[in-house]
Design a protein around this ligand. Structure first.
Ligand code: UDP
Length: 332
């Protein structure tokens, strides 16, 4: 007999979801993944994990999965994540990140699944007035991606007030790196995120790269972000689950290390890891980039007892680079 009940993970074949599946299994939780494989990869889900291919907005499919597996909690990663795409195609973002989440939350309420862990984002803060930014600071998203996630936070807040559902919304800062054991990593073909782009450029997979602006009001003129290793983020999810199972109340938590690096510092680190093989040019600013986005993280440390293990930019870059190399070698 299995020791724990199931955890249902949407988007478990994606970048963050697949790392969380690994961490859940490590902690002894049986997992069932629901993923439509629109961006996720089946091979990132271990063979002994139950896998349902389908859309989370398919209410009949979700209802059936909730009845069959009676999960103790739902962890919801499935969604769209590319900021510029959200600007050009907002309806897609409200459909995938807001409406589909609403359908999933409604299914949970109907089935009596009353623990929910949601992938939110630091993009809900927009251009914060101060850095580090804390959970109680104003949420003023500046792109449809952030707005679509914030809407879902509101759905959760109001649903939790009216039903037995309790939730943890985790606001991710800049997630990067890959599983130190090489079992998963960022596998989206059209990467836009800095560390992945820089690793690809260093490996000759793209012709150079651009720094989006060096005239920001920061120490070296380039934007500052709080880069968090994906395995530390995964651990935060396992702890959020333990928190809810122990009777914890609904809460919003920032997920970051509490200090940042500039784009230039990141690129210099990638260049060092790549033994000099990285060139970049300075380009214009990219629309919608706040100068600095760094997480206050006292709340997550105190609430979940979370302690990062990989708060080391070089290690983050090394694991990201290892994964890129693995993708090339295996032609994945
Ligand atoms: N960035 C850059 N060149 C790139 C990709 C990103 O200069 O090719 C910068 C971007 O302008 C931002 C930082 O790197 O200041 C982090 O961007 P990313 O897209 O990784 O994450 P975001 O902070 O937008 O979620």
């Amino acid at each position: 007999m299995q020791e724990h009940p199931y955890v249902l993970v949407t988007g478990g074949a994606g970048y963050i979801g697949s790392h969380v599946v690994l961490a859940l299994r490590q902690a002894g939780w049986p997992v069932v993944v629901v993923d439509d494989l629109s961006t996720g990869k089946r091979r990132l889900v271990p063979d002994d994990v139950r896998f349902i291919e389908g859309d989370i907005a398919d209410r009949a499919l979700i209802d059936a999965a909730l009845v069959r597996y009676q999960p103790v909690a739902v962890m919801h990663f499935a969604g769209s994540i590319v900021v510029p795409e959200s600007v050009s195609d907002p309806l897609r973002y409200y459909a995938n990140n807001t409406a589909a989440s609403l359908s999933l939350i409604a299914a949970c309420v109907a089935a009596g699944v009353d623990r929910f862990i949601f992938s939110s984002t630091a993009a809900v803060y927009g251009e914060p007035a101060r850095s580090p930014v804390s959970e109680t600071d104003p949420t003023v998203p500046i792109n449809p991606y952030g707005s679509s996630k914030l809407c879902t936070e509101w759905v959760l807040r109001d649903t939790a007030a009216a039903t037995p559902l309790e939730y943890v919304a985790l606001r991710y800062f800049n997630v990067a790196g890959a599983d130190p054991e090489g079992r998963s990593g960022q596998s989206m073909e059209k990467a836009t995120h800095l560390i992945k782009v820089a690793c690809q450029a260093a490996l000759g997979l793209r012709k150079g790269m651009e720094v989006f602006g060096d005239d920001y009001p920061t120490a070296d003129g380039t934007c500052v972000r709080d880069y968090i290793h994906v395995s530390d983020l995964a651990e935060a999810h396992v702890r959020a689950l333990d928190y809810l199972v122990a009777g914890g109340k609904s809460i919003v938590l920032n997920c970051g290390y509490g200090h940042g690096f500039s784009v230039r510092e990141v690129l210099e680190t990638v260049r060092a890891v790549a033994e000099g093989r990285l060139e970049w040019r300075i380009g214009p600013r990219r629309a919608g980039d706040p100068p600095a986005l760094v997480s206050a993280n006292t709340r997550i440390r105190e609430t979940l007892g979370w302690q990062p293990r990989f708060d080391d930019l070089r290690f983050i870059v090394e694991t990201a680079m290892d994964w890129e190399q693995r993708l090339i070698e295996k032609a994945l």
